[in-house]
Design a protein around this ligand. Sequence first.
Ligand SMILES: [Zn+2]
Length: 208
Amino acid sequence: MEELIKELKKLPGIGSDGARRIIFYLMGKGAAEVDRLTALIKSTVVDYKICSECGNISRVDPCEICSNPLRDKSKLCIVEDVEALMNIETSGYYDGLYHVMMTHRQIFSTGEPDDEQQENLTRHINELKPSEIIIGTSPNVTGQLIYFAIMDAIKASDHKPGKITRFAYGLPAGIHVEHADKTSLHAAIDFRAPVEFYENAKISSARI
Ligand SMILES: [Zn+2]
């Protein structure tokens, strides 16, 4: 058991207690559940494909998002990695297409996209011809490097989108202004959004 605990602890977010709990949980479930999980891990982690259009990971190419006729093809959201894409998808608030800039291996090795990645984005923009490009990079050093690479790729494309927007940075939901850190406050002030008043004085916010 110690050897398995040691291996499980190598996984992100798993400590000794968590590893032990997982093992006891699986012991309680029995061999069938272990086989099912092993097969699922293999099919998800090993047998995946990278979508040749957007860079998402999927069991099919093109991925379920690119091949979904209900998605709004006039919007292209460019994110740094698949985890960001999945998080936006979970929010259920975006119905356009995506472009994933980096593979996991690249994020961990160089931290910035290479020429091939930029060319892939330029090709995707030329093929899709979106009317809006939304840049969804993170507000940190890696995100900023990727942002510049994205801008270069957009400049290199023949298609000129009507609108290029970027995710707003600032205060996280639920936080009180007095508890916000300096960086978030600076960003919130820099990226402040216009407030639109209608006749009934309701404040509206734009939906992406
Ligand atoms: Zn795709």
